[in-house]
Design a protein around this ligand. Structure first.
Ligand code: GLU
Length: 714
């Protein structure tokens, strides 16, 4: 950082602002927390020699959660846990809709496959990883070098700490690396999931929207073996006793009060070049949002005649709709805010700052780096639509997945020796089982038909139409119908028997079976497309450290790494905002709003018990400012993204006051750019959680497990 510059006009445009920042845990001392309003010392959040609030935060699936009792009780979002009820639901007894309370039956339901991670310690390993990195010239070698160095450290640590999960995370590509040690808990059980008309009140209409009236919370419990060790589900496992858990505050907050959040944000793109913005604006965001919209509508249409299919696909629809609306919001905002143009201007401003403050060689080097980046993006665009098409085709179409796996198996079977046969058969049976499990012919074939039609229209990827005509005779729908009737691949027993008895026969069948032929013909082109995109990414990744260096040099500051699913702290204040001219959004909502919305739209169906409680004036037992209402959601200007779902929102004392669950529509663009004008996150007030537990769930036993300041605590 040799060149500290003072270009006030420019810095105002391109440096990070007041409350921006997802601070990695090793950088929290750099955040002006005390000035912003934090009353406890940062050592109480993270203390390398003892315990800190950090240890009360967990990563739960793709979300965040918090310990709120000494008996392993974890609070997270409804939308992070409700899918766990799917295996226990039937159309007759639909727990997804009704919700679940363990104290009704005394049984807490195991959530298969869900794990919880607790960060125990971390270490900066940048020097170890990067020793010798700068001398390497080739991008592929750079990439391999980094991968090998990270893996070596991970493995060495895993031997030292066999009971922990070790991860070496890239903070700033080619610049900064951190080693994280996690304890993994594998027996997680559902304690309380509110009815859907509480946990998801407002449904898709209100998703990514303020004002909000959603009680998006759930309670689960972590268990461990009797020997104190992490264990898969076992009936006699015991509740995990965390070293530290959050105290809850029932005192609430007011406008402009300080808050901070600890959590595991997934992905942000603050340090990417302008062309990256263009790639998202032109390709990624429109393509995915339109395709998901089509998928949702198709599933819903099929679900009308098949309630079982609908039930199985509820969580999937929710996921698709969530991404769709987020991408629509982002697309609207990046266009309106002209993010591409702004980043382009930023890039040329950086060139002028470097020119005025460094030497001609530095400016020249920057321009060369930028030209290389722009050139690589220009190449990336050439087949990016096809790349996205292939990715969606293979990830969504089970039939093609089945055909591809059978082809791969048949090919490899010819090469494997006798010893490897059984292993190969088992490997592919496992892959196929996963495809068959989700395969639903009516949907799968309609999807395939759509993708083939889209493929034929692809202008910049001529290979797809010509490849398809080699296999498919138009019209596709007819070809599909016939192939579907003729193919025996839909019969998994037939396929598995053949794998055991006569695998050579697949090579013969391939000549006749339309799906196998289609998969075989697309495979080489998919491979070429995928490898091309990987090569572009590898070369771009290799240029990123330089690009970031130049930016830092020009801006005279150290960057906060983009989100990468590692623990972060973000802080801010309770604050409303102006979404458009003439409108100001207040930062609090109450249950009254839920009742007001009742019946206005299909998504607004207020829970009957809530209606009755409000009618009867039962607002207690926890004190609220407005004695004739119950606080519900709140708004604050912290810096969050996906993965922050379920994160604890803490007051200046580090007490839990809300559970983060969403952002406003205008804030979806936050992943590219934080702004005081629109970056607002949404949480559910802990007083609503307690009110619901006491009045709706009759779960006082759960409340008793917690320490509640302003309630059962002090
Ligand atoms: N509701 C958001 C999601 O599902 C959670 C957090 C966020 O993105 O702000 O991804």
């Amino acid at each position: 950082m040799k060149y500290i510059l003072s270009f006030a006009f420019l810095l105002a445009v391109i440096t990070s602002r007041a409350d921006e920042g997802m601070f990695p845990i090793n950088m929290i001392k750099k955040a002006p927390l005390a000035k912003a309003g934090l009353k406890v010392s940062t050592d109480e959040i993270y203390n390398p020699n003892g315990t800190g609030l950090m240890q009360a935060v967990v990563q739960i699936g793709g979300c965040t959660g918090s310990f709120i009792s000494g008996q392993g009780l974890i609070i997270t979002n409804h939308h992070c846990a409700f899918g766990g009820l799917e295996p226990y639901s039937t159309p007759q007894n639909n727990l997804l809709e009704k919700g679940f309370l363990s104290t009704d039956s005394g049984i807490e339901l195991p959530m298969k496959g869900l794990t919880v991670r607790i960060l125990t310690s971390f270490l900066d390993v940048s020097d170890k990883i990067l020793a010798g990195y700068d001398t390497i010239k080739s991008p592929i070698k750079k990439k391999k070098f980094l991968e090998a160095a990270r893996e070596l450290i991970r493995k060495t640590e895993s031997i030292k700490y066999p009971e922990l999960q070790i991860e070496v995370s890239e903070m700033l590509p080619g610049k900064s690396y951190m080693l994280f040690r996690y304890m993994l808990l594998k027996d997680i059980r559902i304690v309380y999931i509110p009815a859907r008309n509480i946990g998801e009140f407002g449904g898709e209409s209100d998703n990514w929207v303020w004002p909000r009236h959603t009680g998006d919370f759930s309670l689960v419990r972590a268990y461990i073996g009797k020997d104190g060790k992490s264990s898969e589900y076992k009936k006699d496992n015991v509740p995990y006793q965390p070293k530290i858990y959050f105290n809850v505050s029932a005192n609430g907050l007011k406008d402009d009060d300080f808050v901070f959040i600890l959590g595991y944000p997934g992905r942000t793109f603050r340090h990417q070049p302008a062309e990256f913005m263009n790639l998202h604006e032109q390709y990624q965001l429109p393509y995915i949002s339109e395709l998901y919209e089509w998928e949702i509508n198709t599933i819903k249409k099929l679900g009308k005649t098949d309630p079982n299919f609908m039930l199985r696909n509820e969580p999937k629809i929710k996921q698709l709709a969530n991404v769709m609306k987020n991408y629509q919001g982002k697309l609207k905002a990046v266009r309106k805010l002209e993010q591409y143009k702004i980043r382009k201007e930023e890039e040329s401003k950086i060139a002028s700052i470097l020119f005025q403050n460094t030497n001609p060689q530095t400016t020249q080097k920057y321009k060369e780096t930028l030209a290389k980046i722009n050139g690589l993006y220009a190449k990336t665009y050439t087949n990016y639509p096809k790349y996205m098409w292939y990715n969606q085709l293979y990830s969504e179409c089970d039939m093609l997945g089945i055909a591809k796996n059978i082809n791969d198996f048949a090919r490899q079977y010819l090469l494997v020796d006798e010893k490897g046969e059984a292993k190969l058969i088992e490997k592919y049976k496992q892959l196929l089982r996963a495809d068959y499990k989700t395969f639903y012919a009516e949907y799968d074939l309609v999807f395939l038909n759509k993708m083939m039609e889209d493929g034929m229209l692809m202008k910049d990827a001529n290979t797809i139409p010509s490849l398809l005509t080699l296999t498919i005779k138009k019209p596709f729908a007819k070809w599909l119908e016939k192939t579907y009737t003729d193919s025996r691949l839909l019969d998994s027993t037939y396929v598995f028997d053949l794998m055991d008895e006569n695998p050579y026969k697949f090579t013969k069948i391939k000549k006749k079976d339309g799906f196998l032929k289609l998969a075989e013909i697309l495979q080489p082109d998919f491979y070429v497309t995928d490898s091309f995109q990987t090569a572009m990414r590898t070369q771009l990744d290799a240029l990123m450290p330089e690009y970031v260096d130049f930016r830092m040099m020009a801006l005279g500051q150290q960057f906060i790494p983009d989100a990468n699913r590692t623990l972060r702290l973000t802080y801010g204040h309770i604050r409303g905002y102006q979404p458009y001219d003439g409108t100001f959004y207040q930062p609090f909502t109450t249950v009254r709003g839920m009742i007001e919305k009742d019946g206005l739209e299909a998504d607004y169906v207020t829970n009957n018990m809530i209606k009755e409680l409000i009618k009867a004036g039962r607002y207690g037992p926890f004190p609220t400012k407005d004695k004739n209402d119950v606080p519900l959601c709140l708004l604050y200007n912290t810096d969050t993204t996906g993965g922050n779902s379920g994160s604890p929102v803490l007051n200046d004392q580090g007490q839990l006051i809300a559970i983060n669950f969403d952002r406003c529509y205008e804030a979806t663009v936050n992943d590219y750019n934080w702004s005081e004008n629109y970056s607002r996150s949404i949480g559910v007030d802990m007083r609503f959680v307690l009110w619901t537990l006491h009045n709706v769930a009759k779960g006082d036993n759960l409340i008793k497990e917690m320490y509640i300041e302003g309630g059962n605590g002090k």
